[in-house]
Write a new protein. Structure first.
Length: 427
């Protein structure tokens, strides 16, 4: 029972909404130490005078009553919707922020991969930033020198290593930043959704690097929205929901429960435009419909269906693209439908609200449960709006003789053309 790397007991973190943080000088700290007993009494009296309704509006628990234990050498995934408390948990374990209640015990040197590129200076060269960023992440100069060639080769920036990073493309920048952080050798590694950097080939390379770390017997806590990566890398997974532990168990079982929990019975989801006020293009609604555009919750396997997307364009974006991703019940990405190259070009639409429809043909997805993730982005540049696993739906069997072999077709049913040639008999 004492062979643990991380033990979290009744951990909680409370934030005050709208309360700005003020960073203190040494003089402020000494003054607070003298007057803190009096201020604490005044603060307690003030908070006691607040009504419950005001207090509930002013404070929010990002984490509450979170408990779990991780043994040395385990690779644990953490999943949950945006705002579930995943990043807050890693920041507490990294000693970036203090918990409001409970405690977290950690045995071993901790390396945190939370913000790719933290500490990079645009005026410095790639070589100089490797040394600077490595030092910030806790690496000694000798350790950086020993790993320098591996870092540069991993980032694929050999020709530009002595060029100021302000001249790097966004892809080069994140590749170099990840390469530095990925070559840490701590006993415990905390990773927060860093495999989303760069292009697809580099993401696969990052995933391979994380697999190597896991095979080396180091303890890894891995936060990701990529359910395929979670099930591939992690033996166990913790599901956080609204700051609390919803489920802990084998990754396959937890991911399946997590995905099946996503609003299966609700085919029409409204999205608050106020949640993303600065984006020039956002989603305001997502739903599933039949070919006549009538909302549905389930689809007959032989029938086609539509994915309806309502978008608000505040300002045209010349290189914008709308994407719909479909995942199976294990969190594996099956396909992505993009607007670029289709009959709908959102880059040419004037400001206003529009309904877009993605047509999925019948007899394409096999019977089962699937989830939708939707995004508006500028490819390889920035994300304008994103909602993961927003809507789930079922493909139902139709009773056709084609489906008598249950589960024997995989997830995607491909209708390739067939032909025959009658051969002459040799008799």
């Amino acid at each position: 029972m004492n062979d643990f790397a991380i033990r979290v007991e009744n951990l909680g973190k409370e934030y005050r909404i709208g309360q700005p943080l003020r960073y203190k000088a040494l003089r402020d700290t000494l003054t607070d130490a003298i007057y803190s007993p009096f201020r604490r009494l005044a603060s307690l009296a003030h908070r006691a005078s607040l009504s419950n309704s005001i207090k509930n509006d002013a404070y929010i628990w990002a984490l509450r009553n979170v408990s779990f234990e991780i043994r040395h050498g385990e690779v644990i995934g953490i999943i949950g919707r945006n705002g579930a408390g995943k990043s807050t948990l890693l920041k507490i374990l990294s000693r970036i922020t203090e918990p409001t209640e409970g405690q977290a015990k950690i045995r071993g040197r901790v390396g945190s991969l939370l913000e790719v590129g933290t500490g990079f200076h645009p005026e410095l060269t790639g070589r100089e930033n490797i040394y600077l960023n490595g030092a910030i992440l806790g690496m000694s100069r000798r350790e950086i020198e020993r790993k320098f060639d591996d870092i540069v080769a991993f980032a694929e920036v050999e020709r530009f290593v002595d060029t100021p990073v302000k001249h790097y493309s966004s892809g080069m920048y994140v590749r170099l930043a990840f390469a530095v952080a990925a070559h840490l050798e701590p006993e415990i590694l905390l990773v927060d959704e860093v495999l989303a950097v760069g292009d697809n080939s580099f993401q696969k390379k990052c995933l391979g690097k994380m697999g190597d770390v896991a095979k080396q017997g180091r303890t890894v806590l891995f936060v990701s929205h990529n359910m395929g990566a979670i099930t591939q890398l992690c033996s166990k997974t913790i599901w956080l929901d609204a700051g609390k532990v919803e489920m802990i168990g084998a990754s396959d079982a937890v991911v399946r429960r997590y995905l099946s929990d996503k609003k299966v019975a609700v085919p029409d989801i409204a999205l608050d435009a106020r949640a993303n006020p600065s984006s020039p293009m956002i989603f305001t609604r997502c739903w599933l419909a039949d070919p006549d555009r009538i909302p549905i919750a389930a689809v007959d396997v032989t029938a086609g269906f539509l994915v309806g997307l309502e978008i608000l364009i505040r300002k045209p974006v010349p290189d914008a693209d709308v994407a719909v991703r479909v995942y199976n019940s294990a969190g594996q990405l099956l396909f992505t439908a993009v607007s670029t190259g289709s009959e709908v070009d959102v880059r040419t639409l004037s400001p206003g609200k529009y309904a877009l429809f993605v047509k999925v043909p019948g007899a394409f997805l096999a019977p089962g449960t699937y989830s939708l993730t939707i995004a508006i982005h500028r490819p390889n540049i920035s994300v304008l709006d994103f909602h993961e696993y927003l809507l789930s739906f079922r493909i139902e069997e139709s009773g056709s003789p084609m489906w008598q072999y249950r589960g024997g077709y995989g997830d995607i049913l491909v209708h390739f053309p067939w032909e025959y040639v009658q051969l002459k008999s040799e008799d």
